[in-house]
Design a protein. Structure first.
Length: 476
């Protein structure tokens, strides 16, 4: 082989640089079959080398050179930002920003070389900057410790703040255990007649009853169920007695079905409730309550929530056996229950939520739920929690279709979540739950500044709320 021959490895390098591909080599060889392989390769190399020689050289961007004085100037600018931001810093994120500014200033000073005229100045400033950074770090830790203290000095199992729906729920549960039904009836009816709502914009009486029957230990209590039966027997014409018992059986469904409590983990006293079809019992109690008092909003909500399961069953019938089971209920059972509830509580958070969840179960892409929700949320008045249901459905969709962070990080999704969440929170300035919920979603989607801001709002408004605490603990 001639002196101009080249190794295969070198040939590969030349071909890559010149852009000559394997197919071109193949064509060259086949077109010159009469020539020797060596001649073919030699000619190809020459062509490739010529292409490389003729190609315009690629100019590399010159590295940005910072002068020694430039390092000093950059450090002073960063320290200026740190001092300015430190005057207003409150949250952990804000103090972390101050800490970062000081670190940037320190990094610039440490870039000054020993032979530079500015070295002495840099060393002098460096000690001062490091002390300031240490103070910022200490303040950031203090924020964390204060937040931890707020959460742990009022843990979830401690008594919530008096006058809240959570405190009243514990009082109602105590009254029920003692058989003091008159007090329960008075509190619930007073809340309904005054249209009292929680700081989160929810129907107060509904929130109380949901919390009364939350937790597997409560649902599994034979004593509590016996007392509810006693109330119905003592006041068979009181719609509220039936409505409360309907909520109790809804609690059984929530804890045994929606949260998938396994039978082998459940208390023995809970097993008969699972086998006894609490859904049907709850529906029957709601129906009786409405026969006695057609405008009872708690009974309307109890029926709507149970009708959701029936409606899904009617929509998803696939065989004759299922059709026969669903024949027990009138057609469009959920739609009729929704119409009645919405007439009594037009576009209330509770009613809209049930329909949105119902539509989502039927179509987990969220399309049907959003088609219904968007116009309702857009027309909701200030002070309505309905816009918060848009983020809720996005949360469901993200957990169903793909990883939640990826869904929430889509620009169009996060824009809709942010718009509706912040609108709802602005209309409910005393809410702690929704800022905590929104902060949690912001954390998942890596919107740290938003998470920090709304976590602080949640702590200020609901630091003593067990429900808010449960969200905040997720972000500890």
């Amino acid at each position: 082989m001639s002196s101009r021959s080249i190794s295969l490895a070198a040939l590969s390098c030349v071909l890559l640089v010149s852009g000559t591909g394997c197919s071109q080599i193949s064509n060259m060889v086949s077109n010159k079959a009469s020539e020797s392989l060596e001649a073919t390769l030699t000619e190809t190399i020459e062509e490739a080398q010529a292409a490389v020689t003729e190609a315009e050289p690629v100019e590399e961007a010159p590295e940005e050179v910072i002068s020694q004085a430039g390092y000093i100037k950059a450090a002073e600018e960063a320290s200026g930002r740190a001092q300015t931001n430190a005057k207003t810093a409150v949250t952990r994120a804000e103090w972390n920003q101050v800490d970062g500014d000081w670190q940037q200033a320190i990094d610039n000073l440490e870039s000054v070389t020993e032979d530079a005229a500015e070295y002495g100045e840099a060393r002098t400033k460096l000690a001062s900057y490091k002390n300031s950074q240490a103070a910022a770090s200490k303040n950031s830790l203090a924020v964390d410790e204060a937040r931890y203290d707020i959460l742990t000095t009022s843990p979830v199992n401690d008594a919530p703040k008096a006058g809240t729906f959570e405190a009243d729920a514990r009082q109602v549960r105590e009254w029920l255990y003692k058989g003091e039904f008159k007090q329960v009836n008075t509190l619930l009816r007073s809340s309904l007649s005054s249209n009292r709502r929680t700081s989160n914009g929810m129907m107060y009486a509904d929130a109380v009853l949901i919390n009364v029957f939350s937790g597997p230990g409560v649902v599994a209590s034979p004593k509590l169920m016996a007392q509810l039966n006693k109330w119905v027997e003592a006041e068979p014409k009181n719609a509220m007695a039936y409505a409360v018992r309907a909520y109790s059986n809804q609690g059984a469904i929530t804890w045994t079905r929606l949260f998938l409590v396994r039978e082998d983990d459940a208390p023995e006293s809970l097993i008969p409730e699972i086998a006894g079809q609490p859904l049907m019992v709850s529906l029957m109690d709601a129906e009786v309550a409405l026969e006695l008092e057609s405008s009872n909003r708690l009974a309307l909500l109890a029926k709507l929530r149970m009708a959701k399961f029936i409606g899904v069953g009617q929509e998803e019938v696939t065989n004759q056996e299922q059709a026969e089971e669903m024949a027990f209920f009138e057609p469009d059972y959920f739609d009729k229950a929704f119409k009645a509830a919405n007439a009594a509580m037009p576009n209330s958070y509770e009613v809209v939520q049930e329909k949105a969840q119902y539509l989502f179960v039927l179509d987990r892409s969220g399309t049907r739920a959003f088609e219904y929700l968007r116009p309702v949320a857009a027309s909701a008045p200030s002070g309505s929690a309905v816009p918060m249901l848009i983020p809720m459905i996005h949360f469901f969709v993200g957990n169903t279709k793909e990883a939640l962070p990826e869904h929430l990080q889509k620009p169009e999704v996060w824009a809709e979540v942010q718009k509706n969440a912040e609108r709802a929170i602005a209309g409910l300035p005393d809410s702690g739950l929704f800022p905590a919920w929104y902060a949690r979603m912001a954390t998942v989607s890596n919107n740290d500044a938003i998470a920090s801001k709304y976590m602080q709002i949640a702590m200020n408004n609901g630091g003593e709320s067990p429900l808010v605490q449960s969200f905040l603990r997720l972000m500890m």
